[in-house]
Design a binder for this molecule. Structure first.
Ligand SMILES: [Zn+2]
Length: 444
């Protein structure tokens, strides 16, 4: 839970599973391969027949690939593997990154999806590095990390090596089944090795145990007596419930939740030490049980006043206001604790957008109603939003001036209305009267 990642906050409009991802999926993810001016491309006009001699394609090859929209899109080969039965060069499968799309759409494709007439041989040293780094053992990598740090190599320091490593991570699980949903995954997740190359994993939606085969899940469901997440139900309003799960008391559940979440979070670092965290699991409840919609995690004790480590809304539930609900809920907990809070950094672009929206709505609603002067400290006390976040939000909206050594909030009602409109709707409301909760410390 080291690096907070809210990229899946639900209102981001880039649900890959929804199929309409093309327009919104592009972001900086592909930049790692575009930045270098070192690439020399040897464009070939050779016909596919002669390319048969070059099969299997090399890692780093650029080629056009038929995507799920049935159109051709440029891809780069990230990894390759031998097909199931025979070992003919035409039988390889390729893990490709669509250079126009977000990395979450990387996938294994078969040769017949590739248009071999468009193959470009890329002499790209960075790709060579990546290919090699995939084959290195962890020990070798660490050694290289250390060596490069010692030598102070600018281009190949530990951080960029890690970035390479991240970029070349091949998605290991393509789909999961969870409750009544089958969900396409977005990213690599470090499941135990025996689950790798398992095209689909079957999760028990209540205890989050996962299995390789449907029959195993069916057997499990007959025995599993959970109908909701373990832990205490601390909120119920209508069909929505929030459960607080202590990672120390429910270690396996906490770990399973992390494995599951990583499939949809790009930069999240997984720690197995779930003892130190509380998990707030949001559910939609019906007569079959409480079905997980999303969650956020929170350190039990944070020196940096973090009130949220990771946040995720599962793809089938995205764009319904649940992400905003989770953010609002995290601040309601902070208010009950009598502390200010802030999300763990780094925030993804989309995570920052979700938070900016929340901060803008909350702060501007107060400024609109408030008569007379109000200080950032007062705003912070009222909202549990950290002063730095208030300052940066108001600054980004140009609502703050620095006069005579102090910050002054300038709030013209018309301007406030305009910003509020731009910040969008607040999603589902948290009904504080339905929150029954004692902060962790007091549970002793
Ligand atoms: Zn179960």
């Amino acid at each position: 839970m080291g690096s907070m990642e809210a990229s899946t906050a639900p209102e981001n409009g880039s649900s890959a599973a929804g199929g309409g991802a093309g327009g919104t999926a592009c972001n900086g993810a592909g930049a790692a391969s575009n930045g270098g001016g070192m690439e020399r491309r040897l464009r070939s006009s050779a016909a596919s027949a002669s390319w048969a001699a070059h099969l299997p394609l090399e890692v780093g090859t650029r080629v056009m690939c038929r995507w799920r929209d049935q159109k051709l899109h440029p891809v780069k080969v990230i990894e390759r593997r031998k097909g199931s039965a025979c070992s003919s060069p035409a039988d390889y499968e390729y893990y490709v990154h669509y250079t126009e799309f977000n990395r979450r759409l990387d996938e294994w494709v078969k040769l017949d999806q590739l248009d071999l007439d468009t193959v470009e041989t890329v002499v790209d040293e960075k790709v060579e590095d990546k290919a090699t780094s995939l084959k290195m053992t962890r020990h070798q990598k660490r050694k290289i990390d250390e060596t490069h740090v010692e030598q102070g190599h600018e281009e190949l320091d530990a951080a960029s090596l890690r970035e390479h490593e991240e970029f070349t991570k091949v998605k290991n699980i393509a789909k999961i089944e969870l409750g009544r949903y089958e969900i396409d995954t977005w990213y690599f997740s470090p499941f135990p090795p025996e689950y790798n190359d398992c095209p689909k994993l079957f999760f028990c939606e209540f205890c989050l145990n996962f299995m390789k085969r449907k029959e195993q899940l069916q057997r499990h469901m007959k025995k599993c007596d959970l109908k909701h997440p373990p832990g205490d139900e601390i909120y119920r309003s209508g069909t929505l419930s929030m459960f607080e799960v202590d990672g120390k008391k429910n270690k396996v559940y906490g770990q399973n939740l992390c494995y599951l979440a990583k499939l949809f979070l790009d930069h999240k670092t997984l720690y197995y030490d779930v003892d130190l965290f509380l998990f707030y699991v949001l559910c939609e409840c019906d007569d079959r049980g409480c079905h997980m919609v999303g969650y956020f995690s929170k350190e039990k004790h944070s020196e940096e006043s973090y009130n949220l480590a990771c946040i995720l809304t599962l793809p089938p539930y995205q764009r319904k206001g649940y992400g905003k609900f989770l953010i609002a809920f995290s601040y309601e907990l902070s208010k009950k604790e009598g502390k200010v809070g802030t999300p763990e950094r780094p925030l993804s672009d989309l995570g920052l957008l979700s938070y900016r929206g929340y901060w803008t709505r909350v702060l501007l609603e107060i400024l609109k109603k408030h008569k007379g002067n109000i200080s950032i400290k007062e705003l912070s006390d009222m909202t549990a939003i950290k002063a730095d976040d208030i300052l940066s939000t108001l600054q980004s909206l140009d609502l703050i001036q620095y006069r005579k050594g102090q910050h002054v909030i300038c709030a013209d009602p018309k301007v406030l209305d305009r910003h509020l409109k731009a910040a969008g709707r607040g999603g589902l409301d948290v009904d504080v009267s339905k929150l029954i909760w004692t902060p962790y410390k007091e549970q002793g």
